[in-house]
Design a protein around this ligand. Structure first.
Ligand code: COA
Length: 285
């Protein structure tokens, strides 16, 4: 019998958290994410028939839904859909004993059909291994970018020559993090900071710093404005170190895309280690 696909409600929260623990518990622990904290946040968002979640979507035009696959009433698979200008599918997981029977594909097909019904034209997803890539390719996705995540502990060493002044900016030309909901961040506990590094009169780098609640890691997304110097990156990392440490974060991660891969050797020199790689995939609906 094909799995029944439903939207997560408060009733299924316990089995959903069990799936999160089974599927991504080790990875989340390595990132310092508290699953108990995530469960508390989810309980609040799904309370009163998901009124808080629906209100956030109304105010920010960003939202999310979580699909559960059930076999005989048991939750056996899940998929999260983040709704933004181009929605993103994340966190596909199917219990081992139910794999290779089309559960994940059914979850993805359901997500795509709902998003198409809502008028979206394109959907993205990031995969970190070949199996997941084969899966989303079956649903029509094709690769368009590649991300390497570099991570290390804080504080950073201070012996690297920084070149450039770091200033806060109102806007940067970097896509918003999926969990950055603008003014609603004050309620969810997400902290963001936009920075520009100037060398002389010129802008050399733009960056977005993100500190999610329930995590020990502060995340850095960046954009190089060529010809950026090595010193500009050191200046940025110094500023990120200061802000994340003030917020109590003990680790820092930097995501490098195809167009910022040239910075990898500098990060490695500073003691960063490549923790993950993803292929960014997308499908037109
Ligand atoms: C990846 C995952 C979600 C797939 O779930 P699933 O329900 O077994 O996938 P499906 O049965 O729907 O597979 C659909 C298609 O994907 C591809 N696929 C799925 N698993 C595969 C595997 N282990 N090897 C090769 N191809 C695979 C196949 O093309 C498959 O079609 P087929 O069975 O007709 O050949 C599951 O293996 C899983 O939970 N893995 C651990 C978590 C994870 O890696 N998530 C992805 C995060 S990016």
């Amino acid at each position: 019998m094909p799995a029944k696909i439903t939207t997560l409600t408060k009733t299924d929260l316990a089995s959903y958290i069990e799936l999160v623990r089974a599927g991504f518990g080790a990875e989340l622990a390595a990132r310092g994410t508290s699953i108990a904290g995530v469960a508390r946040l989810a309980r609040v968002l799904l309370s009163c028939r998901s009124l808080p979640l629906r209100t956030i979507e109304l105010l920010t035009h960003r939202g999310l839904f979580i699909l559960l696959a059930k076999e005989g009433g048991r939750a056996v698979g899940m998929l999260t859909v983040l709704k933004k200008s181009v929605p993103i599918l994340i966190g596909a997981y199917v219990r081992e004993e139910y794999r290779r029977s089309g559960v994940a594909l059914a979850l993805i097909d359901e997500a795509l059909s709902r998003l198409k019904g809502l008028g979206y034209l394109r959907v993205q997803g990031a995969v970190f291994d070949h199996t997941a890539q084969l899966l989303v390719e079956r649903a029509g996705f094709v690769p368009y970018d590649h991300i390497d995540l570099y991570q290390r502990s804080l504080p950073l060493g201070t012996g690297y020559p920084a070149d450039g002044s770091v200033q806060r900016a109102r806007r940067v030309d970097i896509p918003r993090h999926p969990y950055d909901l603008g003014p609603i961040n004050a309620l969810t506990g997400v902290r963001t900071r936009r920075l520009v590094v100037r060398s002389g009169q010129r802008e050399a780098l733009e960056a977005m710093l993100i500190a999610l609640p329930h995590q020990r890691v502060g995340e850095v997304q960046l954009r190089i404005i060529p010809p950026a110097s090595e010193g500009a990156l050191h200046a940025l990392l110094g500023a990120a170190d200061g802000w994340f440490t003030k917020l109590g974060r003990t680790m820092i991660s930097v995501s490098l895309h195809d167009d910022t891969q040239a910075l990898a050797s500098i990060l490695i020199e500073e003691g960063f280690v490549k923790r993950h790689s993803w292929v960014q995939m997308a499908v037109d609906l």
